[in-house]
Design a protein. Sequence first.
Length: 414
Amino acid sequence: MPAEGTPAQRVVLGVTGGISAYKAVEVCRRLVEAGVHVSPVLTADALRFVGKTTFSALASVPAQSSLFDEASPIPHTRLGQSADLVLVAPATADFLARYAAGMANDLLTATLLATRAPVLVCPAMHTEMWEHPSVQENLDTLRRRGVSVVPPESGALAAGDVGVGRLADPASIVSVALAMLGGRGDLSGRRVAVSAGGTREPIDPVRHLSNRSSGKQGHALAIAALRRGAEVTLVTTVERPVPAHPRLSVVRVDTAAEMESVLSIESDKADVIVMAAAVADFRPKQVATKKLTKDDGVPNIVFEPTPDILCGLVGRRRAGQVIVGFAAETDDPVARGRRKFERKGVDIMVVNDVSAPGVGFDHDTNAVTIMTADETEEVPLTTKDAVADAVLDKVVALLAGQEGRTGAPGAEEH
C-alpha cells in the first residue's frame, strides 16, 4: 500500500477479447490490494467473455468500454494523460496488430496513443497464432517502441489444446506491473546486481556438476528491487522467461567463472550486490573433451575449488556498497550462517535450512534468518516474494544509515 499522504499510482487495465479475459479480474483485484488506482477499459470483444459490473465492483473507478458513451467527452485523453502505466491483459493477436499499426478505433487503442506512460502487454492466444510471423513482427515493432511484454506460458489452452500461448500467471503480471511503477520506490536511483540459480561446472561435453537451485529466490529479489525503483542487473543460470523491463538487464551464465567475471564488472557500478546464486564449491580440474562412457571405465575426476565470488566482491567493494550473501545449510544453519557472515565480511547474510519442508530449493516458499551486524531476524515460511522484500528492507535500512553518515545519495562517484 502507498505510504500515507502518497497519491496512489494509476494503472489503466486494458482487457481484450480472449478466453483468458477472466484472469484479468484477478489482475485487477491484486493491483487494487497493492494500493494501485485501477481504471479498467474493456473492448467490445472483451464484453463477450467478462462483464463491466465485475470490474467496476473490484476496481477504483467504474469500467469503461466506449469512446463516445462515457461521462467524459474525451475519455481516451483523460485516461492516457493520467496513467502511470497502461497494462493490457490479455492482449489478443487482433489487438497487437491494431496497436502496432497505430489504430485508434476503440477506447483502449485510442488511450494507448494518447498516453506517454509505460505500456505492458501480456499476449494470450493459441500456439499457432502466437507463432505466426505476423504476430511476432507486431511484437517486435511494439518492443522497438518501448513497449514491455510479459510472454505467454505453456499450458492448457481453450478447446483442450496444450501449448505455448496461455496468459502468464496473474501474480507474475502484477509483480512486473508493480516493478514498472517503482520509480518512486525506496531504491529509486540505485543500481542493484542480483545473482540467481545454480552454476553448472562441466565434466565432459554432455555432463555437468550442479545443484538443485531453481533460481526462484534470486529472480524474486530482482523483481522486488525493480518494484522499489532500482536499476537491476540479473546474472542468472536459469533459462526461465524474464519479462522485458526498461530497468532490467539479464545476463545468462553457466559456470562459477563466468558468473565471477560478470559480477566483477557489475560491482564497479552497483550500489547493492545480492549474491543469491548457489555457486558450486568445486569443479573438475580438467574437462574431458569427449563424452565419458562405461567403455572407458570409471573416471578418476580430480576436483579443484571454484572461485569464492562473494569474498572477491567484498575484497573489491566500493565505499557505501551493500553486499548480501546467501547460505543454504542443512545442519545447525544459524550457527553456520553466523560464522559465514563473519568470515565473508558481508553486510547481510541470509540463511535457510534447505532440509526443512517447503524451504529453499525447488519450492515457491522459503523460510530464512537474516543476519546483520546488529540483529538477527527470523522470517517464517512464506512466499519467496515476501522473503525478497524482507531482505531488501534490511538493504534499504543500511543504505539510509550510510546516507545519514555521508550525506545525500550520489555523494560518491559511481
